[in-house]
Design a protein around this ligand. Structure first.
Ligand code: AKB
Length: 314
């Protein structure tokens, strides 16, 4: 089973690749990205490849030369950046996904895992305990690309029987690689600033509450979705979550570990994006159909983040 991870050096990819290599063997996991890390450049590792997802020929070459059967497609332009460069957001998020789906059907790829996002929801969606099947009318460019992506994966599944699977990820909190340009990034930055400067200026208001998840749970969700039997899956796209908190609530939790920590609020354009997203989402279908069950809540995640980051940041 040869696996290709696209966007391997991003926030999720940089932790998913080692987890997959540990589970399925080093030689069976190819890590591809447009940004090649210094480490892989210097090691000249033939399992770390350059790939621009918009270049379909190179994608096809990598897939056939490495006899790829499974693709994790993680390369994306996130919400805050996509608002500023809408055309680029569309190109990477949709034309990139189209390339994967086309290569998927032409090369008999067995499974494709592609994350969607809570950004598919919009101001008209119920804000609390948002169900799996609900109004999808996002008002952000990123959200529009994610809804279009969900429609596309459903289409390729129905029409070509391509096994594409997706989860709507909430904000992901992690301590290895920084997220790049999302609205939920504050929930990562706050830890670095709390440890380094004992102070953080939030770009979201104090009472802005969003669904979130700690990276170890995100990685296990990806692997569980990959391993789920087809007969377990009644749909292509699942809500998943593990906690929801406001900016003030996470600041309070950090203060329990770093009493001198202070937070200030200076909302910017990202507030407008956050205002259109749910406060909490209902993931009962993922729990029921493929036994999704996260391990970290706000308290456990905060404790672990501080422990891990302390060693590196201080
Ligand atoms: C973002 O903030 O853009 C992402 C997401 C919720 O998909 N983290």
């Amino acid at each position: 089973m040869n696996i290709l991870v696209i966007g391997a050096n991003g926030q999720i990819g940089s932790e998913l690749v080692p987890a997959l290599r540990e589970k399925f063997g080093r030689n069976n996991v190819i890590a591809a990205d447009k940004k090649i890390s210094k480490k892989s450049k210097s090691s000249n590792d033939d399992k770390d490849l350059f790939l621009d997802v918009l270049n379909k020929e190179s994608l096809e070459k990598i897939v056939s030369e490495n006899d790829i059967q499974i693709i994790f497609h993680l390369a994306a332009i996130l919400s805050a950046i996509a608002e500023n460069v809408p055309q680029k957001g569309w190109d990477i998020n949709i034309n990139g996904l189209m390339n994967i789906l086309e290569v998927g059907r032409n090369h008999n790829i067995k499974k494709i895992i592609w994350p969607s996002s809570i950004a598919v929801f919009g101001p008209k969606t119920p804000k609390i305990n948002t169900p799996n099947d609900t109004i999808l009318r996002p008002t952000t460019m990123y959200g529009i690309t994610k809804v279009s992506g969900e429609l596309l994966i459903n289409y390729y599944h129905e029409k070509y029987d391509l096994d594409v699977r997706s989860v709507r990820l909430p904000g992901i909190i992690s301590n290895k690689t920084l997220p790049g340009g999302g609205t939920t990034d504050y929930a990562v930055e706050i830890f670095y600033e709390a440890l380094k400067n004992k102070k953080y200026i939030s770009f979201l208001k104090r009472d802005t509450k969003l669904p979130m998840m700690y990276m170890p749970d995100c990685i296990s969700a990806m692997i569980m979705l990959l391993e789920a039997e087809s007969s377990q899956l009644k749909r292509r796209v699942y809500n998943i979550t593990s906690m929801s908190f406001s900016v003030e609530e996470i600041a309070q939790e950090i203060k329990r570990h770093i009493p001198e920590f202070v937070i200030q609020y200076d909302p910017d354009f990202r507030q407008e994006i956050a205002n259109t997203w749910p406060e909490s989402i209902n993931d009962s279908l993922a729990r029921k159909e493929w036994k999704w069950n996260p391990s970290y809540d706000l308290c456990a995640m905060t404790k672990d983040m501080i422990q891990k980051l302390k060693k590196r940041v201080l």
